[in-house]
Design a protein around this ligand. Structure first.
Ligand code: HEM
Ligand code: HEM
Length: 218
């Protein structure tokens, strides 16, 4: 490997491992009915995912969607073992990256409209029609199961790359690079990510503040 730039910049790595912790917390708190933890983990996950999507446009080279999102021809070429090798996400892996991001987004957004019909309702529940509430409730249930399946597949595939193909990609997701994985360009400054996270968090807060609250019963 000629260059020794990092492959995954700090924001991308922090995003990844915060996502893992966040999903675990959301799962646990959802199942255990720890509503306060569930609500705040959910908001944190929305901020994380939306910031990662912006990072796909303003982040370092290999975190940008233009670096890894490819059409069917490139995916087929990759499957045939042809095509130009890239240190970042390969064309097939990119599909699972996009699917994971969209599923977590769908999960968190549907939660905003969800309710357990007793004590815990998302902040947008009261502005939704009965149909929309029902739909979002089903999305919250179904997409979580799909997400769990995809996460299992994701972990199996990266373990195979790390242990069998020995390309050190799990190492790179911790340290930024590995013996066989390095970036082709210097990273962009971290303050850019901090600014994105702050703006996204403020926008979410301002947006949810506008949501109508339940009418008192007496
Ligand atoms: C809740 C569970 C998980 C979710 C939702 C998840 C999601 C993701 C996402 C969205 C990416 C793309 C990263 C980016 O470009 O921003 C990614 C990449 C990656 N993840 Fe995970 N991940 C999970 C668990 C794990 C675990 C447990 C490991 C390690 C054993 C792992 C190892 C990796 C690696 C090595 C990559 C980079 C793959 C490559 O080089 O193309 N992930 N993951
Ligand atoms: C990615 C983020 C999220 C994940 C992974 C997640 C996951 C889950 C899980 C696993 C359950 C348990 C489902 C069950 O017992 O059948 C649940 C329930 C629930 N979640 Fe989430 N959730 C997320 C975000 C949110 C958000 C942001 C809110 C609202 C602020 C929310 C509101 C709810 C409600 C109200 C329930 C109870 C539904 C019921 O009992 O029928 N969730 N969630």
């Amino acid at each position: 490997m000629s260059s020794r730039f990092i492959l995954w910049d700090i924001p991308t790595r922090v995003f990844h491992w915060a996502l893992v912790v966040g999903i675990a917390l959301a799962w646990w708190s959802g199942e255990e009915g720890r509503n306060d933890v569930h609500e705040w983990t959910g908001y944190a996950l929305i901020v994380l995912i939306v910031s990662r999507i912006f990072w796909g446009f303003f982040g370092s080279r290999h975190s940008r969607f233009t670096d890894f999102v490819r059409g069917p021809a490139a995916i087929l070429a990759y499957l045939r073992g042809e095509g130009s090798p890239t240190p970042g996400h390969n064309p097939l892996g990119a599909l699972s990256v996009i699917a994971l991001l969209l599923l977590v987004l769908a999960q968190a957004v549907s939660g905003l409209f969800n309710s357990d019909d007793i004590l815990f309702s998302g902040p947008l529940y009261y502005m939704a029609s009965t149909e929309l509430r029902g739909f979002m409730g089903s999305v919250h249930d179904i997409s979580f199961n799909i997400l769990l399946g995809l996460i299992a597949l994701h972990v199996l595939v990266v373990a195979y790359h790390q242990l069998v193909k020995k390309d050190g990609l799990i190492t790179a997701m911790f340290t930024g690079r590995s013996e066989r994985k390095a970036g082709l360009a210097p990273p962009v400054p971290v303050w850019r990510a901090l600014l994105i996270v702050a703006l996204v968090a403020i926008a979410l807060w301002l947006g949810l503040e506008q949501a109508p609250q339940p009418q008192p019963l007496w």
